[in-house]
Design a binder for this molecule. Structure first.
Ligand code: PEP
Length: 248
């Protein structure tokens, strides 16, 4: 039985006061039965973790560096994230792949480094609209997960997030059936390598999830929750999405 997860990716949004207010509101909500994770801008992460110490919220980063330490200006290590109490990190978000030229090899390497340091990596994969329309969705996803599948040792607790690029921040959502089809396929790719891990692998859907479509999407058998961008910045919307993920 996989526990549902809803993760909020705040990206480059908000400020110190709005971030604190958002966390305070989430802390007073009933989130039992769902792993709720917040990934705020890095500069606020430690402060928010300390602020929420009494609650059941988890906190993660939006990226992590490959290196443990050294001359890597601007970067943050997995150990530093652990040091301030983070439990997870997003890796390979399509915006990192697009704007920072992150390859699937780098994403897999970051995943291994983060997992080894005790963080739960949330690994994002997804195709563009052109790739989907050309019938290349599975091929693209296969390229993205191949470096992970090469060696699943130590990756037991990772989370996968299927985020079709054409649905991120566009208001366009994959239909529940479209998302389920891809999730089932992703799980089968992992099953071919490690059946036990595949059964426990949490696979989130991301891409314009909102209160009006969350229940339908989360009801699919291979969809274990969501990675939420825009709607995670609106307390009522995010909590409605969390409620939709609760087990019946
Ligand atoms: C995301 O960026 O991971 C995301 C899913 O964004 P949105 O919910 O805004 O589409």
């Amino acid at each position: 039985m996989r526990k549902p997860m809803v993760a909020g990716n705040w990206k480059l949004n908000g400020n110190r006061a709005s971030s604190a207010a958002l966390v305070d509101a989430l802390m007073s909500a009933d989130i039992a039965g769902v792993d709720v994770l917040i990934c705020p801008p890095l500069v606020y992460l430690a402060e928010l973790i300390a602020r929420a110490s009494a609650g059941g919220l988890g906190f993660g980063s939006q990226d992590v560096d490959l290196h443990a330490e050294g001359a890597f200006t601007g970067e943050i290590s997995a150990a530093m994230l652990r040091d301030v109490g983070a439990t997870a990190c997003i890796v390979g978000h399509s915006e990192r792949r697009q704007y920072h030229a992150e390859s699937s090899r780098l994403v897999a390497d970051k995943t291994r480094v983060a997992a080894a340091a005790g963080l739960q990596p949330i690994v994002c994969v997804g195709e563009t609209l052109e790739e989907r329309e050309a019938g290349r969705t599975e091929w693209v996803l296969q390229q993205q997960i191949a470096p992970l599948l090469e060696d699943l040792g130590g990756l037991d607790g990772i989370v996968l997030a299927y985020e079709p690029v054409w649905a991120i921040g566009t208001g366009k959502t994959a239909s529940a059936a479209q998302a389920q089809e891809v999730h089932a396929w992703l799980r089968s790719e992992f099953r071919a390598v490690n059946a036990k891990m595949a059964d426990s692998l949490v696979i989130l859907y991301g891409g314009s999830v909102k209160p009006s479509n969350a229940a339908d999407i989360f009801a699919q058998r291979d969809i274990d929750g969501g990675l939420i961008g825009g709607a995670s910045l609106v307390v009522a919307d995010f909590l409605a999405i969390v409620a939709a993920a609760k087990p019946l």
